[in-house]
Design a protein around this ligand. Structure first.
Ligand code: ATP
Ligand code: MG
Length: 422
């Protein structure tokens, strides 16, 4: 936890001035003049199950949150009672912050909440004002109370009864429905203050990015590889995108498309820089020296070799691809075997058992689908053999590559790497 958390807990109320405006922070909430102070409450999923690792996981999550919130203003981030609090300092765009927080892995749910002093009158007034829009648009409601601060004078049923009564008095059209209410009004009485919110929104789930190490993602301009990167970032991998670029066979538009995909993914993965590897010389050499039926596989083996060298130089423990079993000739079992035979690192293929429709639904969720289907060539399609081998053997691949100066080609490609879009 941030070392300041305990100090903050007992901090005196104070006022901050932002760009000439007087803003109140949560710590003001004992005052009468409290404005519409909002805070974000994040619940953690698997994190809480991780026993001794929990501290490390929370520290990583806090660091990720800080980085992701940087463009949105200043925030205090701290954990208390197994909730992470994201407290704005100064003015923010609440909708944008809310959307950002819902894309941070490691968070299972996000509440946008109003802050009130721990006093039933203040809580009721705050609830009436904060929930007014939602309650005006509803026919039924239910109050739910959570009293984490056991010193608070009323217990949970008493809080529910009193607040329910006051909300009905203020919004007389409302009826109580405890089974299926249009609006759930939640009051949490915690250590520092009381928080008022409606039902929590789902977060991205998974584990904080980086908690399981780092991996190179082979990112093409297609539908699959961004989905694969998203899925492994969700399992806590910090994803380093690498793209093989065959200019002028594939144009600047296809490179820009890949950079755009990385930018969209970064809402989840956090990283938008792409290492662009010049691949033209390798592809031309393969075309000149190798049997046509093996073009794609030899090319894929070069991609893996280069990706592994990049992984070694950047502290990555795995490669991630968007391959799915049987999707194309280069993704049969035999093809996958000869492709990964050149790698020592694990090759993670999170889409291996998924149908295209399932992959598309992941791509839609991330927001990459519309960009992926833009019609630009990928280097794989430019040199596709008419009759690719579907059951290759390792021996024939090795024989086909004997004519090539593999090390020279790899060194040449590595020397030309360009870091784009950071
Ligand atoms: P995608 O839809 O992601 O392009 P695909 O079904 O078209 O995948 P292939 O072209 O055979 O399949 O590529 C398989 C995997 O190889 C991709 O998912 C990606 O991980 C990697 N790959 C292919 N082309 C490139 C490239 N130009 N740069 C980086 N990685 C690539
Ligand atoms: Mg492709």
């Amino acid at each position: 936890m941030p070392s300041g958390a305990d100090a903050l807990k007992n901090a005196p109320y104070f006022l901050l001035s932002t760009a000439g405006r007087m803003m109140y922070t949560v710590r003001d909430c004992g005052r009468d003049d409290i404005g519409m102070t909002e805070i974000f409450l994040l619940k953690l999923g698997e994190l809480v199950l991780k026993g001794l690792n929990r501290g490390r996981f929370e520290a990583r999550l806090t660091a990720n949150l800080k980085r992701r919130l940087e463009p949105h203003g200043r925030f205090e981030i701290y954990s208390l009672q197994s909730t992470v609090y994201v407290e704005p300092i100064g003015e923010i765009d609440g909708e944008a912050v809310f959307a950002t927080l819902r894309r941070v892995f490691g968070v299972t749910s996000v509440c946008r909440a109003a802050v009130a002093p721990k006093d039933m009158d203040a809580i009721s007034e705050r609830a009436k004002a904060y929930l007014a829009d939602a309650l005006n648009g509803a026919r039924t409601f239910k109050v739910e109370a959570k009293r984490a601060d056991k010193t608070f004078a009323l217990n949970s049923p008493q809080i529910c009864a009193l607040l329910g009564e006051r909300l009905i008095a203020a919004f007389p059209h409302l009826k109580v429905d405890v089974r299926n209410p249009d609006v759930l009004a939640v009051v949490e009485v915690r250590d520092r203050a009381a928080y008022i919110h409606t039902a929590a929104a789902a977060g991205a789930g998974g584990l904080p990015v980086g908690v399981n190490g780092r991996a190179v993602l082979l990112l093409s301009g297609g539908i699959d590889s961004p989905a694969a990167g998203f899925m492994m970032a969700k399992r806590g991998l910090d994803i380093l995108p690498v793209h093989f670029f065959s200019y002028p066979y594939t144009g600047i538009e296809s490179k820009n498309k890949v950079l755009e995909l990385a930018r969209i993914m970064s809402a989840y993965t956090g990283r938008r820089q792409v290492m662009v590897v010049p691949f033209t010389a390798i592809q031309e050499t393969i075309r000149g020296e190798c049997p046509e039926r093996l073009f794609t596989l030899v090319m894929r083996r070069f991609m893996m070799r280069i990706a592994e060298r990049i992984a070694a130089d950047s502290g990555c423990g795995a490669l991630v691809t968007g391959e799915s079993l049987g999707q194309v000739a280069s993704q049969t079992l035999e093809s996958l075997r000869v492709t990964e035979a050149v790698c020592g690192l694990p090759v993670l293929r999170p889409l291996v058992g998924m149908d295209k429709e399932e992959i598309v639904s992941v791509a839609r969720r991330i927001g990459t689908f519309e960009t992926s289907i833009l019609p630009y060539e990928d280097c794989c399609t430019v040199f596709t053999p008419k009759h690719p081998k579907t059951k290759p053997s390792l021996e024939e691949l090795e024989a086909a590559e004997r004519a090539l100066d593999a090390e020279g080609l790899i060194d040449g490609a590595l020397a030309g790497i360009e870091k784009c879009g950071g």
